[in-house]
Design a protein around this ligand. Structure first.
Ligand code: HH2
Length: 336
């Protein structure tokens, strides 16, 4: 199989014939052609098969009313006692709602509410407990007219309860693979869904992750999950994809995915990227404590956006928003 990775550019000098990547802020006039059994090659637009070019260039559908021709920030709201970087910080409904509103004021476009930590080694939370943590917070945010909410869960019943309470997006780190009922809930709801790659389960995933070629293995996995979701009645236009940074991956695996993140645009779906405060930022950036990893997280969020990722999932909304404002102000399309 041959894979085509648009080489994303944001330079003001855009040659004739360059194409806009996914209708967004990057352009490309060359692709990196990747194969499992051969060295990468660089090729021009004319060498891209028509159906691949169509997927690389097509503007992505709006997400819960948000246009995706500009980068979007998803603020993380963990209503858990044990999340890896902010466990216990927003565990009461009042604290959670207050933090969500603060993130929105700081520039979050989407609020991602989760009631179960998926950090390495985390134990499963019973369904009733996960619903009790997330449902009231989502209902309160809806009543307050907050930004669109996504529910970060692997479980159909939790997703169902969250959608009933007002969530508009389902974020499933198991890509519909954990709960056999999840695909039907998403299909029937009409809500967009994020399919994320993970190797193994949170309990064991960091034990000894291995890949033949992490970039192409994750791409093939997501292609397969997108096809299965479509077969279950979920339109491709409402599927987001996520390479799952840190989920069954070493630092080297994470970096390989980030360096060539734009490959995933060939799936024709918006890319969601979650790097915020993850362990490899600490190991590379010299920040053992998760709460000290904001600068590295912001750097990688911008690197992902420079590869055309439409949504970045972040803890530090204000800092990421400021960095993004400045980065975007250099885009020749932006009037100041
Ligand atoms: N990462 C985490 C949780 N959910 N969802 C998507 N789509 N992508 C991610 O990278 C992702 C995710 C882990 O981060 P966090 O929520 O901060 O921690 P915890 O799982 O410990 O609650």
């Amino acid at each position: 199989m041959t894979y085509y990775r648009a080489i994303p550019m944001t330079d003001a000098a855009r040659p004739d014939g360059a194409q806009r990547l996914a209708g967004g802020w990057c352009w490309f006039d060359r692709v990196e052609v990747l194969r499992r059994d051969a060295a990468p090659e660089i090729a021009g637009i004319a060498d891209i098969p028509a159906e691949v070019l169509a997927r690389l260039t097509a503007p992505r559908a709006d997400l819960a009313g948000l246009a995706l021709d500009t980068p979007r920030l998803m603020g993380i709201l963990n209503v858990t006692p044990d999340s890896f970087s902010d466990g216990g910080d927003h565990f009461t409904p009042e604290a959670a709602v207050a933090h969500a509103r603060a993130m929105q004021a700081a520039g979050a476009d989407i609020l991602d509410v989760g009631g179960e930590s998926t950090r390495p080694g985390a134990a499963e939370v019973p369904v009733a407990e996960e619903i009790a943590r997330t449902g009231p917070v989502i209902a309160a945010l809806r009543a307050a007219g907050a930004a669109p909410v996504s529910i970060d869960t692997r479980k159909a019943e939790v997703a169902q309860a969250a959608l009933a309470a007002g969530a508009r997006i389902v974020n499933d780190v198991s890509a519909l693979g954990f709960d056999p009922g999840m695909a039907a809930v998403v299909a029937a709801s009409g809500a967009p869904v994020c399919l994320m790659h993970a190797q193994g389960t949170p309990a064991t995933m960091q034990a000894d992750p291995r890949y033949d070629d992490v970039l192409l293995d994750v791409y093939d996995y997501l292609a397969g999950r997108v096809a299965e979701a479509e077969a279950a009645g979920i339109d491709r236009a409402r599927i987001l994809i996520d390479p799952g940074i840190g989920f069954g991956k070493t630092a080297a695996h994470n970096l390989a995915l980030l360096r060539r993140l734009s490959l995933f645009h060939a799936l024709g779906c918006p890319i969601l990227l979650g790097v915020s405060r993850k362990r490899f930022i600490g190991s590379i950036g010299g920040a053992p404590a998760a709460k000290d990893r904001m600068p590295g997280s912001v750097a990688l969020a911008l690197a992902g956006i420079a590869q055309g990722a439409q949504i970045v999932r972040v803890h530090d909304v204000a800092e990421t928003r400021q960095a993004l404002q400045l980065w975007m102000s250099l885009d020749s399309r932006v009037e100041i």
